[in-house]
Design a protein around this ligand. Sequence first.
Ligand SMILES: Nc1ncnc2c1ncn2[C@@H]1O[C@H](COP(=O)(O)OP(=O)(O)OP(=O)(O)O)[C@@H](O)[C@H]1O
Ligand SMILES: [Mg+2]
Length: 247
Amino acid sequence: MAVDPLIELRDVNKFYGQLHVLRDINLTVGRGEVVVIIGPSGSGKSTLCRTINRLETIESGHIAIDGRPLPEEGKGLAQLRAEVGMVFQSFNLFAHKTVLANVSLAQLKVRKRKKDDADRRSRELLERVGLASQADKFPAQLSGGQQQRVAIARALAMDPKALLFDEPTSALDPEMINEVLEVMQQLARDGMTMVVVTHEMGFARSAANRVVFMADGRVVEDRTPEAFFTAPESDRAKDFLSKILKH
Ligand SMILES: Nc1ncnc2c1ncn2[C@@H]1O[C@H](COP(=O)(O)OP(=O)(O)OP(=O)(O)O)[C@@H](O)[C@H]1O
Ligand SMILES: [Mg+2]
């Protein structure tokens, strides 16, 4: 049981047309907690993440961040997107802006920081993700792993209350996966609240407080990594684990 809930979903249902993609989702993420979401393709993991910062609307249920219902639109929504950052599989950096400018941009536009302050903060964050020396390059001059770390620095620049990661390493060459996971591990140790959709079971085992297993739009299991990996309860989870742990 989370003592200090930061993200709460109650009886959340979402449809795409006839397709019932999220079914009675109840999920609480405590402040400082790391929750890894796993499950088969199409089970609703990305959709779940996207509802939390309202990139997707829901048909019924309630979602609250830090005790406040999600804002529907306008300023409140921009504020929410800053408070709950998201890191995607594709890094979505601006190609024609330097790394530094990419990290500073939303600080100027959303946080209304002065350029010097934003750039100073950006350099600190680039240092934190191991990219201090790359600040003046353009995204195309960086490896995929480096670009993803820039995307993480950019999300951190908003001083988010929580970060959502949707398969942040899936588009990366194998040798670049660890450098991104290490940054995420460090964030977890620093107490960042994180919801992470990933197939990296090593990360789930070492960084997650809980593993949430989804299938067919439902939360089927929500347990500690230890309990989940050593003794999955549902047939769906057993089947899933036997497939992914094989390779
Ligand atoms: N914009 C959309 N319009 C209609 N259907 C959608 C849309 N986005 C997702 N879906 C469907 O909703 C279901 C859940 O999709 P979602 O992307 O959340 O799954 P996922 O668990 O993230 O899968 P994957 O592991 O492949 O990323 C799938 O059946 C998918 O085809
Ligand atoms: Mg997905």
